[in-house]
Design a protein around this ligand. Sequence first.
Ligand code: GCU
Length: 138
Amino acid sequence: AAPVRYEAESAVITEGAAESNHDGFSGSGFVNFDNKTGSYVEFTVDAPAAGSATLTLGYANGTDANRPLDIAVNGDQAADDLAFPSTGVWTSWSSVTTTVTLKAGANTIRTTSAAAEGGPNLDYIDVTASDGPAGTDY
Ligand code: GCU
């Protein structure tokens, strides 16, 4: 399936804030996670069929240190300490890709700060879901 973008500033933000003070983001802003372990953003994403999906997370990290996130899908951990390395400055944006398994229909994807500094500034997630069985046209 074609990638579908979900903007972080439109997701459910718990211990973080939607901000727009560093240029170059997609949509109307990004999420600044609170600088603590456990702050999170939860997206609800749709998949046309069950299967593996590529998750591309757009972010900026203007510090020198990694800002890891844990990724959970439907409550189950899908990636532990996924690395979000420095992008140099907060106005420089990059992306990290990981693979998750989705069910058909609605899925929750939660991205949680895995270190005391909190996550990077999270711009969006792009979800490229499975196309489903051969011959099925989504
Ligand atoms: C700065 C920056 C924020 C960022 C924060 C952080 O305050 O302006 O956008 O989120 O650092 O370290 O997380």
